[in-house]
Design a protein around this ligand. Structure first.
Ligand code: ZN
Length: 414
């Protein structure tokens, strides 16, 4: 049965056309900051208005408004609210587009049989980014020279100081200007890579293959017998976070102190996500350097996080970020990542194929059939490797009890 590719799948295909995003810190002047803040407020207002309009149209008349319809209303809005004219029109159009995407994602998940939350209104604090499309028109980039480390030029705002710690390769497509919760500004410039840039990143061919089982006690277990230990810093940071939250809740709403405490909380969040990102980047690049084929489980992380008992450790270990980063880097380097069906990877004996239930509390696999005694996650990683090799036709052996091994997504670039 052939199914129409969903929007998210299409997005993935587009991503495979090799885009890369560069993140640079920018330093708007005080005046520019005020303007950007004002734009964010206005965009947030437009976002909520567009969302509200869609909801009402659906509730009152049972109609679904289209993106085109809502975009066509923007000039009318500007007549009523002249301030909107100060915001570059492409940025405003993108706001309406975001509402459209939120609804698309919502309907997509309904179709998949999930029960997603209805798209929600955004608060001023949460609305923190502006999208500039069309390089050369609504934004421009001037590389570093002797005098400065780069310049970002934005429509209706002008030149903004930017620290380009690395040169951009490829053609810029979009620029997303983002304010962090601590009041720093960044720009994410996404570029389309030229073919030669892609091949440059290719590593030498590696025949080595590895299966990776992500776990709770350890971050991951490799089929080589090695472990990647869990980053424990999150626990310590969590305590700091709880303290900061307690302090925040004691301060009266709307006070200056409140704004300050809110920033403290945001800073801790920022620190956690930076440390997590560094950890993942390091581990992924080690793996990519060593192995030509990497087999992982196709875990639906979103579902697992719903299970409250597992939530902390999983969020902590950041698997979903690990997987997506792994896929990105593997593609750039011309490595193969196979995602295998996770159904029996922990229950099957990696030596003889015997299958038995393995509750999470059981840390060691003891096979009654062949007598194998092996760490639970190590056993899993061996099974994942076998499944992965089989999925790409480099089979080693067949496990009789294993289910139909459909590779869930083989990412490869020839
Ligand atoms: Zn066995």
């Amino acid at each position: 049965m052939s199914k129409k590719p969903s929007k998210t799948q299409k997005k993935e295909v587009e991503k495979q056309k090799s885009r890369k995003t560069y993140l640079f810190r920018i330093y708007p002047t005080r005046k520019q900051t005020q303007t950007l803040e004002k734009w964010l407020d206005l965009c947030c207002e437009v976002y909520n208005a567009a969302l509200d309009e869609r909801r009402s149209a659906y509730r009152m008349a049972g109609v679904s408004l289209s993106n085109e319809h809502q975009c066509a209303e923007l000039p009318g809005c500007k007549e009523v609210r002249p301030e909107l004219s100060a915001v570059p029109s492409q940025v405003l159009q993108n706001v309406v587009k975001r509402v459209d995407s939120a609804f698309d994602a919502f309907f997509q998940r309904v179709e998949e049989g999930q029960k997603p939350g209805y798209p929600r209104f955004k608060s001023r604090f949460r609305y923190d980014s502006l999208t500039f499309k069309q390089y050369g028109n609504s934004f421009n980039v001037r590389p570093a020279n002797k005098k400065n480390r780069g310049t970002l030029i934005l429509a209706k705002l002008g030149q903004v100081k930017m620290v380009m710690h690395r040169a951009i390769n490829g053609t810029p497509k979009t620029a997303i200007v983002k304010r962090t919760a601590t009041g720093k500004w960044f720009v994410a410039i996404s570029v389309e890579l030229a073919e030669e840039d892609i091949s440059e990143k290719r590593l030498w061919v590696s025949e080595a293959a590895v299966g990776i089982d992500v776990g709770l006690k350890t971050f991951a277990y490799l089929s080589t017998g090695e472990e990647i230990a869990n980053p424990r810093f999150f626990r310590a940071e969590e305590a700091a976070l709880a303290r900061a939250w307690r302090k925040l809740s004691k301060v009266p709403k709307g006070s200056k102190q409140r704004a300050h405490k809110r920033k403290v909380v945001a800073r801790i969040h920022e620190r956690i996500s930076n440390r997590r990102r560094n950890f993942i980047k390091q581990e992924v690049s080690k793996l990519i350097n060593r192995f030509g084929l990497i087999a992982v489980e196709a875990l639906i992380v979103r579902n697992m996080i719903r299970n409250p008992r597992l939530a902390k450790s999983i969020a902590d270990a950041s698997w979903s970020m690990f997987f997506s980063h792994l896929l990105d880097k593997a593609e750039e380097a011309g490595r193969v990542v196979v995602r295998v069906n996770p159904a029996y990877t922990s229950q099957t004996c990696s030596a003889c194929g015997h299958c038995q239930p393995m509750p999470l509390s059981v840390r060691v696999y003891e096979c009654p059939q062949c007598g194998l005694v092996i760490h639970r996650d190590y056993n899993g990683s061996l099974n994942i490797l076998v499944d992965g090799l089989q999925a790409v036709g480099r089979h080693s052996r067949v496990i009789p009890e294993a289910p139909g091994l459909e590779p869930w997504g083989v990412v490869t670039k020839e």
